[in-house]
Design a protein around this ligand. Structure first.
Ligand code: SF4
Length: 438
């Protein structure tokens, strides 16, 4: 190993959005000729990308910074925790620099200051799709930063600021590079995917010499022409979400919608500063399924929000029963430092929160089990994530990586990661499916 080339260690914590930030920083580091070190001892400096969303994430991030300081000593901190005032500097005064999220330029400035750039940049060693932390066959595509909403349980807007959409031409170029590099699935992420372009008044950009509006539907249409799976995440339930359902029915993008409803009771939604009423939402779901019967819906809910009564919680259960969502993530409300909802009266005792969470998950497990049973006998196209001597583990259009279920292919030992194959489903349980190659 050439000892004269500066080496940077990298610790990446947090959500997919933070992962994308890490990928951008790693790409810049490699583009400028730095090496990425796999150990603290071998690195000349360490960058820690932190998460500050909930208290446990803050702790994990502070521990990671502490470890990097102890093992290496030269540490630059970036990410959501960096945006939270003096938290980092107070806990670890020895860190060299602290930036917020989405701050590649500032991180690079700090790196240059403490570990000068090598003279002979190896720019040509960096592939055009950049350096990615996800496996080669799928990639997250971040389309915007920040959020214009002010949900009372969330501090993301105060950390990441208002919505800033990436130029649509840049997003499409990145998507094309990823596809050219072998990516089979693009996962579109942001804080609020359906708001894409609001900040730039849906400005018309350019892609491949043709005009293209900075807007979710138009972006979905364009991504749908790339010939890979396109999955939409974090879609806030605006009315124009209805526009992407026909694209799903036509097979242009995956019939999958990750749409956080958070609750069903009108009063609680209002306290959360979230839109919608359960009847309207149920009617829309019905309509969506009429247009696209295969549609898989994933949503998240918060139980035990301050002031939530037993009746209001039961209304949420009724909604879940009626909506028959495919995938549900649920969380007991936990007070995040700085969130407006903390000041609301009548916090629900933790034991009641946990009991409600268990009831909701129990109901959803029953629904999920029933819905997965309906897939037995069907033939699905799946994307292979892992292969071992017992077979292959894959996902169908209904499964986002890491958060949803999997499809186990009993006779898939000879497959390769990234293969798209057809499988007939033979068995199911609460979250996963089993099948044989067709
Ligand atoms: S829409 Fe999402 S990111 Fe924006 S404030 Fe609400 S929960 Fe936070």
């Amino acid at each position: 190993m050439n000892n004269s080339i500066p080496k940077v260690g990298f610790v990446s914590l947090g959500c997919p959005k933070a992962t994308v930030d890490s990928e951008h920083i790693l790409t810049r580091l490699r583009a400028e000729g730095y090496l990425i070190s796999a150990s603290y001892q071998d690195a000349n400096l360490v960058v820690v990308n932190t998460c500050g969303f909930i208290d446990s994430a803050v702790e994990e991030s502070l521990d990671a910074i502490g470890e990097a300081l102890a093992e290496n000593g030269k540490v630059i901190v970036t990410g959501c925790l960096g945006a939270k005032g003096d938290v980092v500097k107070q806990a670890h005064p020895r860190v060299l620099a602290v930036t917020g999220p989405h701050a590649t330029d500032e991180v690079m400035e700090a790196v240059h200051l403490h570990l000068p750039k090598p003279h002979d940049p190896y720019t040509d060693l960096v592939p055009p799709q950049g350096i990615r932390l996800t496996p080669k066959h799928y990639a997250y595509l971040k389309i915007s930063e920040g959020c214009n909403h002010r949900c009372t349980f969330c501090i993301i807007p105060s950390m990441r600021g208002d919505l800033v959409s990436r130029p649509v031409g840049d997003v499409m170029l990145e998507a094309e590079n990823l596809v050219n590099a072998g990516v089979k699935e693009l996962l579109v992420i942001s804080q609020d995917t359906s708001a894409y372009g609001v900040d730039v008044k849906y400005r018309t950009g350019f892609w491949g010499g043709k005009p293209l509006r900075t807007r979710m539907t138009e972006l979905a249409v364009a991504l749908g022409t790339l010939g890979v799976w396109v999955r939409l995440h974090y879609v806030y339930p605006y009315p124009h979400v209805d526009e992407v359902i026909p694209l799903m029915a036509e097979g242009k993008i995956l019939p999958y919608l990750d749409i956080p409803f958070q609750h069903a009771n009108q009063r609680i939604l209002k306290l959360m500063k979230r839109p919608g009423n359960s009847e309207g939402v149920l009617a829309r779901i019905k309509q969506w399924r009429e247009i696209c019967p295969e549609l898989t819906l994933r949503s998240t809910f918060i139980v035990g929000f301050p002031g939530e009564t037993e009746e209001e919680f039961e209304e949420l259960l009724d909604f879940i029963e009626e909506a028959q969502l495919d995938r549900v993530g649920a969380f007991a409300y936990s007070p995040v430092e700085g969130a407006v909802a903390n000041d609301l009266p009548d916090h629900v005792p933790p034991e009641v929160q946990q009991e409600r969470l268990a009831r909701l998950m129990w109901l959803q497990e029953e629904i999920s089990e029933e819905r997965l049973k309906l897939k037995i006998g069907k033939t699905l196209t799946v994307l292979v994530d892992e292969v071992d001597e017992e077979g292959a583990i894959a996902r169908s259009f209904a499964d986002a990586p890491e958060i949803d279920g999997q499809v186990y292919i009993n006779d898939g030992q000879h497959l390769k990661v990234g293969d798209l194959v057809k499988v007939v489903i033979t068995d199911s349980d609460t979250h996963d499916l089993w099948g044989d190659l067709v």
